[in-house]
Design a protein around this ligand. Structure first.
Ligand SMILES: C[S@@+](CC[C@H](N)C(=O)[O-])C[C@H]1O[C@@H](n2cnc3c(N)ncnc32)[C@H](O)[C@@H]1O
Length: 233
């Protein structure tokens, strides 16, 4: 990547950070509303695929307001969980909800953790926002122990034409409208844009492979509108 491209990506990442700081207080309410309250079900699915073992050290990256952590705690009360996010406003909300968990302000492009620290890393609806995805994946790889697992849950674009058509209407028009009524219209316009820009399945697999991961598996939910990627170091 050239110097100019790298500066542009850093600026874009700053804008994303600012946007999440601005919508933090409305995030939980809108998340449930706009996903028809299916989001927790998707998180539970991802956690099952992460195959967390007793006493595993788990990092939930891009933890936002802590919904993924709550679900991990329910399924694996003995897991040692850490939360990290680059939006301090999101982290404040998680901290209020889940005080006992250690939270760190951290950017996925440059994680403040030593190599081979965690047994599992989960990331729900956060990877789409990482502007330099190759860099982000190499950081995920670095902080995971050999034999450890990473599980990324993300909104993706359905590949079936009919589903894609309805999805486009909902995502491009209805969602920014509803989001705008309660929160920042700009943020809820950014959401479909980021999904449409997300790499296609074969590009996504290549990026993950290039970071060094093996045994890469994908699970599609809701006709491909949601994808869980699981990979091993
Ligand atoms: C859509 S929210 C998801 C929050 C939570 N994981 C959930 O399941 O509801 C995306 C989160 O990713 C965080 N995020 C985006 N880019 C990030 C980055 N580069 N490093 C760390 N966190 C990031 C945002 O601050 C935000 O809290």
């Amino acid at each position: 990547m050239s110097y100019n491209e790298s500066i542009k990506e850093q600026e874009q990442s700053k804008k994303v950070q600012e946007m999440f700081n601005n919508i933090a207080d409305k995030y939980d309410f809108l998340n449930g509303l706009l996903s028809f309250a299916l989001d927790d079900n998707w998180r539970r699915n991802a956690i099952r695929l992460a195959n967390i073992k007793p006493n595993n050290k788990v990092l939930d990256l891009a933890c936002g307001t802590g919904d993924m952590i709550s679900q991990i705690q329910k399924q694996h009360p003995d897991a040692i969980i850490y939360g990290a996010d680059f939006s301090v406003n999101m982290l404040h909300i998680s901290q209020k909800k889940l005080g006992s968990i250690p939270f760190t302000a951290a950017d996925a492009h440059n994680l403040p953790f030593k190599d081979n620290t965690f047994d599992r890393l989960t990331m729900a609806f956060g990877f789409r926002n990482v502007t330099d995805k190759a860099r982000g994946l190499s950081e995920l790889y670095r902080v995971i122990k050999p034999g450890g697992k990473v599980c990324i849950l993300e909104l993706t674009r359905p590949e079936n034409k009919l589903t894609s058509f309805f999805y486009k209407i909902y995502f491009m028009h209805l969602l920014p409208f509803i989001g705008g009524l309660f929160s920042s219209k700009k943020a809820y316009k950014y959401l479909p844009d980021s999904v449409y820009k997300f790499p296609k399945r074969h590009e996504y697999r290549q990026l993950i492979e290039d970071a060094g991961f093996k045994n890469i598996h994908f699970k599609s939910l809701v006709f491909g509108a949601v994808t869980i990627a699981v990979m091993d170091k």
